[in-house]
Ligand binder design. Sequence first.
Ligand SMILES: [Zn+2]
Length: 285
Amino acid sequence: MQSVNANNGLPEKQVLTVDVEDYFHVSAFEKAINRDDWNNLELRVEANTYRLLELFDKHQAKATFFTLGWVAERCPNLIKAIVAQGHELASHGFSHQRATIMTVDEFRADVSKSQQVLEDASGQAIIGYRAPSFSFNDSNTWAYQVLSDLGFEYSSSTYPIEHDLYGVPNWPRFKYQRIEGIIEIPVPTLSILGQNIGIGGGGYFRLYPYWLSKNRIDKYINTEKQPYCFYFHPWEIDPEQPRIPGVSVKSRLRHYLNLSRMEGKVIRLLEDYQWDTMKSVYLGR
Ligand SMILES: [Zn+2]
């Protein structure tokens, strides 16, 4: 059951999501950084996420934190702080491998391990999953069966746009129930002249001026009458993060663009909308 305003049928609450990973986990850097070196890099995700918790608390916003098992294993107190503030904890997998490059067994092992670590640290059942880099597509629909087998109830792993790294432009744009029993909640898009425009957050949100993003968000809420869902990462509010050498110009531009302005933009979002979790808005619980 979605919370709607009785006067005009528009969703009253929007959905705030954070993909809890560090600057060295991002898929665009996977060739530049060896996974074995992750333990030797400066961990910044914990402090950045605590800053987000403070911001959310100040604005009475609730969020869903899609958290990497790798992070939960190293920062159990952060996990406890997230759930103590009434946010929803969900899974972003264990090791940030895209679902498109894993076998069924590898995917099951990765997701199951993350679920275990997150449940142990939080004492709560983990029912939501988001694939790294929105990497569900026609090649791996078996992933939904795996999620269902593991007791997950929903996924937010698809972005119905054309993009060089991910995207399923022909897949549904709004929340729907899969035959495997999982509810899929795609990242929001606007359909403009037959093309889907991504408006869910991340790099697009850092690229465009705030007024333009807000304009698009309002258009989505008013014309589609669906709750809007925003996503971003703790490293996006951290302009001081170490720069990774050996990264392509395109990836570098995407990752480091407007980091210093992000926190201010997020604060404006927190002021302009009411935010709640995936579980509350989409599952009504
Ligand atoms: Zn991610």
